[in-house]
Design a protein around this ligand. Structure first.
Ligand SMILES: [Zn+2]
Length: 426
């Protein structure tokens, strides 16, 4: 992760891959700081004071208290209907619920020429029953509960942001049902809507301290199965084909596929082998996590895996999986981040930062098809996917204001043109 300097067009300390120059704050753009959380409204801008934290927390509580684990169609459907009700109340019109095998995707349209897509997901990684163990709570200004950070607070912020717009006709919101399990049922739809809108604001949780995500690695899992032959480990080990030994021989080759100098990591993560401690293991499996920063690394790494051969002539090696999410290159976020940087510096004491992260999201897909994409616009907090998921409540109105102003500016511009090719080098 390359953390970027926070203001003024500086290159990151490690000299890595930032080509964006941010406009310095224009002299006519100013805010009056009465308290750290009260800023006078700059003409035409939507201020955090226009949002009711109380209403946002009440909506957040409703969403967290309706669990929506991926693949649980019944619960994901109930959650979609709840979001539809909130949208109808806050936005004045209902979304379309688009059925899929993993539950409904939620699609709200402003009705005019689409120019900006707010993209999120409403499934969570938390299994049903987590809420019983970790009930929703707001203590000391921190909200906790399953999915609160990834990404129910982001959904609430986005809906309230669009509700604050004088003209929301150019905005669409798409909340998919399966981001946490690979987006297989939503990828075509989200790519189509991103292309139709021309710019994409992804409401995944922010990085540390509220930083936006301006680049993401491509991600994938390769699976490897080796079939050998079982035999008695004491009486006649020579008659077996030891699939575990075969895997062990392949691991150094696999790890050598990494090229950290261009951001490619190849990490064996899960393995399983054997049936008993006195049996030559006939079957061994291994999963390998692969991350890439350059699009062309996908082909190189996948071809390298395809070239692997077991040592024993009768051992059978089977490969599965792929690098499913292409990288989101910083060039895709450059324009939107410069807007967000300026807007946030006008709204608050400190402009948002932008960082490059290893994890993937649906922003990888929209960036890879040439749509300007800025990610990490969701909640401020931490602990995604774990028991410590939390959101800093006082940040919710400001994050909503950031999205609202981004939508407002993008709505006032001509539709953003498609991006050129991703630069081949870093
Ligand atoms: Zn997420």
């Amino acid at each position: 992760m390359a953390e970027l300097a926070d203001a003024g067009g500086l290159n990151p300390p490690d000299g890595n891959i930032l080509r964006v120059r941010f406009p310095l704050r224009a002299p006519f753009c100013y805010s009056v700081h009465l308290t750290p959380h009260f800023h006078a409204t700059i003409q035409g801008m939507i201020s955090e004071n226009q949002f009711s934290l109380e209403h946002m927390v009440s909506d957040l509580e409703e969403l967290v208290c309706t669990e929506s684990p991926s693949r649980d169609v019944e619960r994901v459907t109930a959650h979609a209907h709840l979001i539809a009700q909130i949208m109808e109340r806050v936005l004045g019109s209902a979304p379309t619920l688009i059925d899929s095998p993993v539950g409904p995707h939620i699609h709200w349209q402003g009705g005019g020429e689409p120019k900006v897509l707010i993209l999120g997901h409403h499934d969570t990684v938390h299994p049903v029953g987590t809420l019983e163990r970790l009930p929703f709570s707001t203590t000391g200004g921190i909200a906790t509960g399953p999915g609160v950070f990834d990404m129910k607070a982001g959904i609430v912020q986005a809906i309230h942001a669009v509700g604050a717009l004088a003209d929301s006709s150019h905005v669409e919101i798409l909340l998919t049902a399966d981001e946490e399990i690979g987006s297989h049922a939503s990828r075509t739809l989200l790519e189509e809507r991103a292309l139709a809108c021309g710019s994409c604001l992804v409401i995944e949780p922010s990085a540390d301290g509220g930083a936006l995500k301006i680049g993401r690695k491509g991600t994938g899992t390769i699976t490897l199965s080796i079939e050998g032959r079982a035999s008695h480990a004491g009486l006649e080990p020579e008659k077996g084909i030891n699939s575990l030994v075969e895997l062990a021989a392949l691991i150094p080759q696999i790890t050598s596929f990494a090229r950290p100098e261009v951001g490619t990591t190849v990490t064996p993560t899960l393995a399983s082998s054997g049936t008993a401690d006195n049996v030559v293991p006939a079957f061994t499996t291994c999963s390998i996590d692969v991350r890439i920063a350059l699009p062309e690394e996908k082909l190189r790494v996948e071809q390298a895996f395809a070239s692997l051969k077991p040592q024993h002539p009768e051992a059978v090696l089977t490969l599965g999986g792929q690098i499913g999410r292409p990288p989101m290159h910083e060039s895709a976020a450059a324009h939107l981040f410069s807007l967000a940087h300026r807007i946030s510096s006008e709204l608050a004491d400190k402009a948002v930062e932008g960082v490059v992260v290893g994890g993937g999201s649906d922003g990888n897909f929209t960036a890879a098809i040439g749509v300007e994409t800025l990610d990490g616009l969701g909640a401020v907090g931490g602990g995604a996917h774990g028991d410590s998921e939390h959101v800093v409540l006082e940040t919710m109105p400001m994050r909503a204001a950031l999205i609202a102003n981004l939508c407002q500016e993008l709505s006032s511009m001509a539709k953003r043109p498609p991006l050129g090719n991703v630069p081949a080098d870093l």
